[in-house]
Design a protein around this ligand. Structure first.
Ligand SMILES: Nc1ncnc2c1ncn2[C@@H]1O[C@H](COP(=O)(O)OP(=O)(O)OP(=O)(O)O)[C@@H](O)[C@H]1O
Ligand SMILES: [Mg+2]
Length: 472
């Protein structure tokens, strides 16, 4: 088997741009649990062909195997949103939902995967799903062995881990959210702006547009100004849109309710409007609340396929809820995020809806320094030279920087296990890891540039042009 991998490695060395070959090698590595190597080849394949389904699926699986469950969910959901018939992505989502104790959702996803591909089966999962729900946490996947406590990475800031089943006493009660068949993330985030590196301009915008109006609601009322409405964050993947949204909720000590748009669209016909209403009601009962809608573009892009008729009703319901036509939205801040703002239906950008649109750029050098410093916290990093690493990670997103730490940590962890002692990570290790990775934001800008140049109605994408240093 490893001889087979070696042959593939040699073939890739000869044809480094051969995407199917890269994916084949990556899949082989994944089978052997060579996770960081698999990840690297999948990423290289995606850098050449950003739409490669096998590579996208591969990265979702790597994240799952690594125990980065929130990343795995995000990746798998992105796949099912763009390629609804991808049975394997539904299967992965089913496993992930099961780990998150969302039994109904897990069953639904499993049924969906089987209906798309009857040959796809996971008998272990099937057995788990057929058990009545006991409320006891399911065991983690077998490969997720606990790490020595000293080497465990800093807390993953993006979403709670699936294993944190205990909620602190002051945490909102999840049962009201679980009462309907829709998976919503519902929490009081403990992270605030200080936990998000850089992004000062966007943070300030959010303070001005969201936080101050909320804190001075009475004053705003006196002047006849309504608070609320929505802010749409857009930009390349992995640059902190989701993280910053959670931190905004933490900043106002409010509730964070997160929901993927395609989840709304995938709900059974007829129920989706009702459920959407319940989500808004949930927010109204838990103010101040940030209602976070991820992948807002899915609303528009889904119109192209068969979900059109169901989608239209949901969209109208969504707009009505946003407009406050069905309840009082005081104290609710609606944040949306998208990588593809050009696909968002203009109806969403009318006043009172997502009327403020903020570009979330990749971190500049200064921002990378602070992100790197944040990420090094709680890890055995020796004499960190954040500036040196920041200088060598141009165009890296926050998520890419996290990958740099992951790769370096993994290497050191292997040594640490062999030598049975803590082996510190050095700046050189991190720089080496950075060299092995590709920044993921460039591909996004190549695409975005076209919209900014040729579909820039009312200067909507001026921020992109400014970022690219293009004068109009
Ligand atoms: N400014 C930042 N400070 C600290 N960590 C960051 C920052 N930006 C990104 N990260 C890291 O990258 C991960 C991914 O970021 P996040 O999910 O917020 O990106 P995103 O913009 O929502 O991406 P996508 O468009 O793919 O949804 C975060 O969980 C965090 O670990
Ligand atoms: Mg996100």
């Amino acid at each position: 088997m490893s001889a087979h991998l070696d042959a593939l490695r040699q073939a890739v060395a000869v044809s480094p741009d051969n995407v199917p070959l890269l994916v084949l090698l990556a899949d082989g590595c994944l089978d052997q649990f060579l996770l960081s190597e698999a990840k690297q080849y999948f990423q290289r394949a995606l850098a050449k062909d950003s739409h490669h389904l096998g590579a996208q699926l591969g990265l979702a699986r790597v994240a799952y195997q690594e125990g980065n469950l929130s990343e795995a969910v995000v990746r798998a959901e992105a796949i099912t949103a763009a390629h609804p018939p991808c049975a394997e992505a539904w299967l992965l989502l089913s496993r992930l939902a099961f780990l998150e104790h969302k039994l109904n959702e897990a069953r639904e996803h499993y049924a969906k995967a089987r209906s798309l591909d009857p040959n796809l089966r996971d008998q272990g999962l099937e057995k788990d799903l057929s058990k009545p729900s006991t409320g006891a946490p399911p065991p983690p996947p077998e490969n997720l062995k606990p790490l020595p406590a000293t080497l465990i990475e800093g807390e993953e800031p993006d979403g709670p881990s699936a294993f944190e089943s205990e909620h602190p006493a002051d945490e909102p009660n999840l049962s009201s959210a679980a009462a309907f068949d829709l998976s919503v993330e519902f929490e009081r985030p403990s992270i605030a702006f200080a936990d998000v590196g850089g992004m000062n301009a966007v943070k300030e915008d959010i303070r001005m547009k969201i936080i101050y109006p909320l804190k001075n609601a009475e004053l705003f009322r006196q002047y006849g100004k309504k608070t609320g409405g929505g802010v749409l964050l857009y930009g390349p993947p992995g640059c902190g849109k989701t993280l910053l949204s959670r931190a905004t909720a933490g900043e106002i000590k409010g509730t964070f309710i997160s929901i993927g748009i395609h989840q709304v669209l995938d709900m059974w016909l007829g129920n989706s409007e009702k459920n959407l209403h319940k989500i808004f009601e949930l927010a109204r009962q838990n103010t101040p609340a940030i209602l976070f809608f991820d992948e807002v573009d899915a609303l528009a892009s889904d119109r192209a396929n068969m979900k059109f008729s169901a989608g239209r009703n949901v969209i109208n319901q969504f707009l009505a809820e946003m407009d406050g036509a069905t309840g009082n939205n005081e104290g609710i801040l609606i944040l949306g995020a998208t990588n593809a703002p050009w696909q968002v239906d203009p109806a969403f950008r009318r006043p009172g809806r997502f009327d403020r649109v903020l570009f979330v750029p990749p971190p500049d050098e200064e921002a990378r320094v602070s992100i790197i410093e944040l990420m090094a916290k709680g890890k055995p990093v020796q004499k960190l030279d954040a500036r040196a690493l920041a200088k060598r990670t141009k165009d890296f997103s926050g998520a890419d920087l996290k990958a740099v730490f992951d790769v370096a940590s993994e290497e050191k962890l292997a040594v640490a296990m062999r030598e049975n002692r803590i082996v510190p990570i050095t700046t050189d290790d991190l720089i080496r890891a950075a060299k092995s990775l590709q920044p993921s934001t460039r591909a996004w800008f190549e695409n975005a540039k076209n919209y900014a140049l040729y579909a820039n109605q009312s200067g909507f994408y001026n921020d992109i042009l400014a970022f690219l240093g293009i004068k109009k």
